[in-house]
Ligand binder design. Structure first.
Ligand code: NAD
Ligand code: IPM
Ligand code: MN
Length: 363
């Protein structure tokens, strides 16, 4: 197996967590005799500082020429006063749009070892296993017109979708539900927004192609509550860009930490892989970041871009094993009543890497 992986580590904890993910991918390649070629390019704040733009042309060219892109995170407080199109985040949005992936898969799985780390009661989250399918190229993020008119003191964005944009992401969500527990929940705000009425009507049309999947609809405000009250009732959740952004961070409460969540974006020219969390300026550079979201993202590269399912599963098993042995990063050690060993980013990466090596050597 040959794979060209572009690493755009970005800002803050991005480089810290992607280093650990890449080290594991290198190990998987060496054990299995695969050739993974890694290249690294700048994106986000570091690219603004060095190249004067959040998405340099050579980063974009390298991304388009790769088989998969692994992104860390972008953003930093020093860029917060820049207009949206000049900020680090614009680099990420430009990359997403150029790569063309419109279905952002964000699995949220409640490891039972982490139940005490969630503010929710263990019996509420035990067994929760949700797959968010977030539409990634439409809605308010990309809709025109958009503007802040300083003269008039008005600003506007546009939540726009076409029927085809909704249908293609709905189809992917139905297909994934078919392979899981055959339940799909579509989230919208159809009681208020025309764009959500189009969303709902289109999802209902696509449902006719998937008679084996049970479809329900929820309004996004109610969904924010249902997710915390009864997360185990949901299998696949499909929703538009901004709603998916918000609900997927909320699901970090179910998993015990935002630092546990991986993502894969499919459907375009090149798949894009990124943990759900951001650059975490509050903990950057201190070795406090949880690399497991990035490491689980590496597993998704193996699954969706390399067809190496056994190796992907080995990474996921290794994460579970390391957690069951009691190892934690600081975000996973809330109060730490049992006095579990708390590791830094590199130590946690090394634990998972060693465990992956053992699992793959045995196989
Ligand atoms: P954030 O996700 O960076 O952090 C939110 C909170 O979670 C912080 O307290 C942080 O310390 C904690 N956290 C996040 N990831 C963690 C990890 N792996 N281990 C331990 N703790 C972790 O969100 P924010 O603070 O709202 O945003 C910071 C910057 O990141 C902003 O510039 C934002 O735009 C950007 N951002 C980027 C991405 C991305 O690049 N994909 C995603 C979200 C936010
Ligand atoms: C995410 C992030 C991004 C988003 C930002 C950084 C552009 O919050 O990936 O969840 O809003 O999509
Ligand atoms: Mn987000």
């Amino acid at each position: 197996m040959k794979l060209k992986i572009l690493v755009t580590a970005g800002d803050g904890i991005g480089p810290e967590v992607t280093n650990e993910a890449v080290a594991i991918l290198r190990e998987v390649a060496s054990i299995g005799g695969h050739t993974f070629d890694f290249d690294a390019k700048r994106i986000g704040g570091i690219a603004i500082t060095t190249d004067g733009t959040p998405l340099p042309a050579d980063t974009l060219a390298a991304a388009l020429a790769s088989d998969a892109v692994l992104l860390g995170a972008v953003g930093g407080n020093e860029f917060n006063s820049l207009p949206p199109d000049k900020r680090p985040e614009a680099g990420l949005l430009g990359l997403r749009s150029a790569l063309g992936g419109f279905a952002n898969l964000r699995p949220a799985f409640a490891f039972k070892e982490l139940a005490v780390n969630s503010p929710l009661r263990p019996e509420v989250i035990d067994g929760a296993d949700i797959l968010f399918v977030r539409e990634l190229l439409g809605g308010l993020y990309f809709g025109q017109p958009r503007e802040w008119n300083r003269a008039t003191g008005e600003a506007w964005n546009t939540m726009r979708y076409t029927r085809d944009e909704v249908a293609r992401v709905a189809r992917i969500a139905f297909q994934l539900a078919q392979k899981r527990r055959k339940k799909l929940c579509s989230v919208d705000k159809a009681n208020v927004l025309e764009v959500s009425q189009l969303w709902r009507a289109t999802v209902i049309e696509v449902a006719a192609e998937f008679p084996g999947v049970q479809l329900e609809h929820q309004y996004v405000d109610a969904m924010a509550m249902h997710l915390m009250n009864r997360p185990r009732d949901f299998d696949v959740i499909v929703t538009e860009n901004l709603f998916g952004d918000i609900l997927s961070d909320e699901s970090g409460v179910i998993t015990g930490s935002l630092g546990m969540l991986p993502s894969a974006t499919i459907g375009g020219k090149v798949n894009l892989y990124e943990p759900v969390h951001g650059s975490a300026p509050d903990i950057a550079g201190k070795g406090l970041a949880n690399p497991l979201g990035a490491i689980l993202t590496a597993a998704l590269i193996l699954r969706h871009s390399a067809g190496l399912e056994a190796e992907a599963a080995a990474i996921e098993t290794a994460v579970r094993k390391v957690l069951s042995q009691g190892f934690r990063t600081p975000d996973l050690a809330r109060d730490n009543p049992q006095g579990l060993p708390v590791l830094n980013t590199q130590q946690m990466g090394a634990k998972v890497r060693e465990t992956v090596m053992q699992l793959l050597a045995r196989a």
